[in-house]
Design a protein around this ligand. Structure first.
Ligand code: IDP
Ligand code: MG
Length: 145
């Protein structure tokens, strides 16, 4: 298995619910190390740019509005198989369909307010990490001997 990096976002509902610590604990307990973390209020433009692939979808405007409705936590997670592992910990997009014990099952209220984002491929992880973080803001401490 490969050591990968993925972009994780705790969305505004996660901050409102006060579960930043609980979510980060799940990542750490599963071997995913935060190697960059920042709390940020996204502008509408930030959110539109980030979700540009969904521009044509009917929920795009609501999604952008929600992502800019309050601060988010932006993180780079590093570890073995980080992209798939993070998606597994997150659970299905719709919390009603998410497996028991997943972040979305336990914390999310609806498909619109589903608490976390995670990159879905190696290419997208690279693009999404670069969208929010400079190389110098990512600290690769995981595999230091
Ligand atoms: P993902 O976050 O699980 O990767 P995507 O399909 O990439 O899901 O969609 C991005 C985000 O857009 C979702 O997390 C969710 O907040 C929102 N979204 C996706 N599908 C719908 C929908 O059918 N209705 C409302 N919001 C949606
Ligand atoms: Mg996605």
């Amino acid at each position: 298995m490969a050591i990968e990096r993925t972009l994780s976002i705790i969305k505004p509902d996660g901050l409102e619910k006060g579960v930043i610590g609980k979510i980060i604990s799940r990542f750490e307990e599963s071997g995913l190390k935060p190697v960059a973390i920042r709390l940020q209020q996204l502008s509408t433009r930030d959110a539109e740019g980030f979700y540009a692939v969904h521009k044509a979808r009917p929920f795009f405007k609501d999604l952008v509005g929600f992502m800019a409705s309050g601060p988010v936590v932006l993180m780079v997670l590093e570890g073995e198989n980080a992209i798939a592992k993070n998606r597994e910990l997150m659970g299905a997009t719709d919390p009603a369909k998410a497996a028991p014990g997943t972040i979305r099952k336990d914390f999310a209220t609806s498909i619109d307010q589903n608490t976390v984002h995670g990159s879905d491929s190696l290419d997208n992880a690279k693009t999404e990490i670069a969208y929010f973080f400079r190389d110098t803001e990512v600290q690769p401490y995981t595999y230091r001997k």
